[in-house]
Design a protein around this ligand. Structure first.
Ligand code: GDP
Ligand code: IMO
Ligand code: MG
Length: 434
């Protein structure tokens, strides 16, 4: 706690992203006073289903749909043009977005067209060794932030003084582009584009740490919305097949400007099976009709890129590790309904590597690719869990599955989600009442 005695909640993905974070954040948002994105960018794709309406958010915090104060923290990399397009799309769906309910940290680094260029050029050059990025320029933008060459939101108010910064940025990018046989950055065109978009972004820009301080002083609850998942974390994930930010709960404080005690209840979002989009190791991946069926039942196509997600059984070793690394207080188990009708379901409880049994996921990429899952098999359930809103609505065998999951990951279940719809959620333990 940060001395304010009201619990905050930090939502993070505990696998490779797409666990259903958006749905859960939306469900919790009506009881929060602010929803804050603290890392990532528009590589995220969060789907919210409210009645007949589906909202797809990439950059905007999922609290925007309930009208909750929504904040983009400094840890996010912001593409101003993607932001404008998304705001216009949401407004077209009847969502109100103004400086009353939306703010952007003025120290956010920008994603520029040159970042997207570089992301694409590198991926193409890498051929079969590519990361499988979302192509949004996320990695290059974070590199420039850490390399102290980024253009930030606050710079948009000082574009006439941008020359020295542009010199540094372009010196770096022109050299890289030359290596790919690309022309240098068109500085004038870039400046023109920035001049055009600046007023739109600046209307929301402010020191959000200050706004959050005020909110906390008033005793308000903050809901931090993570993007991606722990296994895509740049330190703890399946490096180098990761995104370029820290996705763990610890990033919430640094990425928003609140202290480390402010993360509160850490809610790990966990899919009842496993998916991954993009390249990289995936021990329980199923390249058979079972994997196919999981993908079909779960509609596993990327929100951002439309790519087919790779599917496999639940991996308890990975999730136990994610929960430990991220200090997860409790999990939301999502998409339980996707397992409906399977005769048998399997859970990975350990790995075999070079004749040894492992109870954790090793760090080295070659070892990560070589581990073989050890499975425990359980009877499935033939009844439907879809739309269940209480424990009593769940078949006995589904309850056994949930209980086995929480035992193996050594972390209790706080919520269960049984359909894309906001209200199809079982509350086991309220994260806001820690
Ligand atoms: P996020 O990136 O973690 O927010 O997840 P995505 O929105 O990318 O992917 C999750 C998908 O599963 C979305 O299409 C959701 O509408 C859907 N979804 C979320 N929870 C459930 C659930 O409990 N059951 C089913 N069947 N679908 C769900
Ligand atoms: P949400 O928030 C799933 C993956 C990409 C790629 C790797 C690096 O919807 O869960 P990047 O563009 O970030 O440099 O790509 O990370 N990736 C995601 N996978 N869900 C996401 O976000 C992702 N964001 C990035 O597929 O493998
Ligand atoms: Mg997603």
């Amino acid at each position: 706690m940060d001395g304010c005695h009201v619990a905050n909640v930090t939502v993070i993905g505990a696998q490779w992203g797409d666990e259903g974070k958006g749905k859960i954040v939306d469900w919790l948002a009506s009881r929060a006073d602010a929803v804050v994105r603290f890392q990532g960018g528009h590589n995220a794709g969060h789907t919210l289903v409210v009645g007949d309406t589906t909202y797809k958010l990439s950059l905007l915090p999922s609290g925007i749909v309930t009208g909750t104060l929504s904040i983009i923290g400094n840890g996010v990399v912001l593409d101003p043009w993607a932001l404008k397009a998304e705001i216009e799309k949401l407004e077209g769906q009847g969502v109100t977005i103004s400086d009353d309910n939306f703010a952007i940290a003025d120290n956010c680094p920008l994603i520029l067209p040159l970042h997207r260029d570089l992301d694409g050029l590198r991926e193409t050059a890498a051929g079969s060794g590519k990361i499988g990025t979302t192509g949004r320029g996320i990695g290059p933008a974070y590199e420039d932030k850490v390399g102290r060459r980024a253009i930030r939101v606050c710079d948009l108010a000082h574009l006439d003084a941008l020359e020295p910064q542009l010199d540094r940025l372009c010196a770096h990018h022109d050299a890289l582009r030359a290596g790919f046989d690309q022309p240098p950055v068109d500085r004038e065109a870039l400046l023109d584009e920035l001049r055009e978009i600046a007023p739109f972004v600046l209307q929301y820009a402010q020191p959000v740490w200050k706004r959050l301080k005020k909110v906390r002083k008033a005793g308000a609850r903050v809901l931090f919305e993570g993007a991606q998942g722990v296994l895509l974390d740049v330190d703890h994930g399946t490096y180098p097949f990761v995104t370029s930010s820290n996705t763990v709960s610890g990033a919430a404080a640094a990425g928003s400007g609140l202290g480390p005690g402010s993360t509160g209840f850490v809610l790990g979002i966990v899919k009842a099976y496993t998916t991954r989009v993009g390249s990289g190791p995936f021990p329980t991946e199923l390249n058979d009709e079972v994997g196919q069926r999981l993908g079909e039942n779960g509609h596993e196509f990327g929100t951002v890129t439309g790519r087919k997600r790779r599917c496999g059984w639940f991996d308890a070793v990975l999730v136990r590790q994610s929960c430990a690394i991220s200090g997860v207080t409790g999990i939301a188990l999502t998409k339980l309904d996707v397992l409906d009708g399977f005769e048998k379901v399997k859970i990975c409880t350990g790995y075999r590597l070079n004749g040894k049994i492992m109870d954790y996921f090793p760090s080295h990429a070659a070892d990560q690719a070589a581990v073989e899952p050890i499975y425990e098999e359980m009877d499935g359930w033939q009844e439907t869990t879809a739309g269940a809103r209480s424990w009593a609505d769940l078949p006995a065998q589904a309850i056994k599955y949930v209980q086995r999951v929480q035992e193996l990951i050594e972390t209790p279940v706080a919520l269960i989600s049984t359909s894309p719809e906001r209200e199809d959620t079982i509350l086991v333990r309220d994260p806001f009442v820690d």
